[in-house]
Design a binder for this molecule. Sequence first.
Ligand SMILES: Cc1ncc(C[n+]2csc(CCOP(=O)(O)OP(=O)(O)O)c2C)c(N)n1
Ligand SMILES: [Mg+2]
Length: 787
Amino acid sequence: METMTGPLTEPELRALDAYWRAANYLTAGQIYLLDNPLLRESLRPEHIKPRLLGHWGTSPGLNLLYAHLNRAIVARDLNVIYITGPGHGGPALVANTWLEGTYSELYPSVSLDETGMARLFRQFSFPGGIPSHVAPEVPGSIHEGGELGYSLAHAHGAAFDNPDLLVACVIGDGEAETGPLAGSWLSNVFLNPARDGAVLPILHLNGYKIANPAVLARIPEPDLRSMLRGYGYDPLLVAGDDPAVVHQELAAALDQALDRIAAIQREARAGGPVHRPRWPMLVLRTPKGWTGPAEVDGVPVSGTWRSHQVPLAEVRTNPAHLAALERWLRSYQPEELFDATGAPVPALRALPPRGTRRMSANPHANGGLLLRDLVLPDFREYGVPVPRPGGTTAEATRVLGGWLRDVIRANPDRFRLFGPDEVASNRLGAAFEVTDREFVADRLPGDEHLAAHGRVVEVLSEHQCQGFLEGYLLTGRHGLFTSYEAFIHIVDSMFNQHAKWLKVTNHVPWRRPVASLTYLLSSHVWQQDHNGFSHQDPGFIDHVVNKKAEVVRVYLPPDANTLLPVLDQCLRSRQYVNVVVAGKQPAPAWLDLDAAVRHCQRGLGIWDWASTDGGGEPDVVLACAGDVPTRETLAAADLLRRRLPQLKVRVVNVVNLMRLQPDTEHPDGLPDRLFDTVFTRDQPIIFAFHGYPWLIHRLTYRRTNHPHLHVRGYKEEGTTTTPFDMVMLNDLDRFHLVIDVIDRVPGLGPATAGLRQEMMDARFECRDHTRRYGEDAPLVRDWTWPS
Ligand SMILES: Cc1ncc(C[n+]2csc(CCOP(=O)(O)OP(=O)(O)O)c2C)c(N)n1
Ligand SMILES: [Mg+2]
């Protein structure tokens, strides 16, 4: 290795290169070795893992960047976390955390010696061991990177309100092709250089994905530069395949980037107006699988897509492969890197930062360590008076907005509201009485509530909102994501990944609990007057309940006052994903605040005031979940008490959907005996549900009375029409619920044929009214619960 000119002195370059070689050795060792970790003897087939798993190709680049960042952290006393976009480079990050000592501190059996190294190698991608990616088990990780695309959004979320933090974010050149990543470049529009930390994007241009070239590696370099400049960056390109040259160039580029970041922050923090700076970023163009086998069986591997996973596949059975592996591993000169006990030699141990400056031990990457409770104003002061059920009309989300405004005011440094352009349309506009939308790009006179600093982040990308919020939560803060119900499906997959992360962290003892991710879904399926079918989809909750019961919660508050305690509980909770579906249209409030609080504590309950069973055994249970189904159920109960006064009706409202599951399935589940008392063991249940009906069946299929459960819900009938026409289209309307009762309560048949016919006629009349006048008939529109 020739010494090249650059910022590194000869000893610095040697130390950095040795560190990189050690990390590469430890990476390859994890992929291949079951035993003989220091190559004290020649490799034999029994030293090799029977199943060769893991990803080599991305790892040398990740290791190179890690080593260089360590140098900079020490030189400048920086506070840095490392986000690994290509999270399949798990062994690289594990290698570095072991070299830094963190791994052995958290997992003492994987000690910093030969025995520990053997365990480190053996456990990787091994049954009973650790996963292949930068999973929650890896110290310093907040980003598993298994599903590609979210690194840059996570990085920005982590940097918000962390003015001293630098988030180094490696982006795979394949990852950069994903929609979410391609949409992330302009995250810098939402990053305030005075109040937020910095993100250093590092595009890892290793040229390839699994089996294809990466698109960004094959466009002319000037175009790539122009693209990145267009996104507001000053790209610093480092390219090469000679380690000495690349070390010097990378050190120089990193120094330049860090100087630039420091200057940007100095200027922005001097007190003048804040502008959107041109942030530096790195582009690292080095070979995929660099330092691995150049050729295998006569075919080029290093520098091609073939190095993506395991470059030598037949090591156990093919002596030539075994010999090639040994040559490869020895090329790192392990005898220079590890001492007689197997510990890294002192020169290596001197390189990384100390204590919590180590990227693997930075508390920001174990956000629960830094989490402080929110200061929550007493929600009881924000409710609407409800002198009698239905006697007040309120827009649930607007009522919530008043409380959220004061949550924002009371927590100026650790709560943010994220949304794709819908904070105002979801009637949460009260937030803007105390804050603005953060936006550091050009602002024009006439813009409303747009400022360089604000607690609301609105970008029309659900991926961005979700990624920002995840990054914010995982670094120990709090937030809320408000979105349209139908379009939250866009982040189904991101929700999956976050729920998986939470589930795993529940069982990683050193990971401290983080604040829950709460979705407030408004503009829901039953309220699409302006839009229609494209905007009607309540299926996100079906998707959410697939995930581990220990991490998911779903709430359907029936009115404004119940929304308040639900949100209060969500913002106090830890380690969950909470989904709250709430209306934004004027709607009747049924419960006063005390009743709402008790109802939320129960999760589901009998509404005595709406029931006619006199506290005894009912003939039928009318159950409901969701604001619109609750209204229709109550209207049906009203019809029944007037038209069939002898019928004993019990009205049950469900606010916490998870109560429907048995307690053996979900921690919030109702024990069978209790469920049976509320829903009876054998009387018909007519359940009016906000979403797709089969979800209720899914949750209750083991219950005693499931055979008598009949669910009405959204059955994919929608269009741009009136609210009542919508419920009629899906047979969820009050008249149909009465018909369902008539059809299902034994003995009601012939005597109620006239009423049944009347209900059918009422449906036709209401339908005709909409066709004739373009609005709902006063009969239904003006209905209220009788006083
Ligand atoms: C969203 C998503 N789609 C597909 C995959 C499967 N996959 C895993 S690695 C990979 C290639 C990644 O290439 P790149 O980002 O360039 O990473 P590197 O070259 O550093 O390995 C693909 C397609 C994935 N993990 N996530
Ligand atoms: Mg690549």
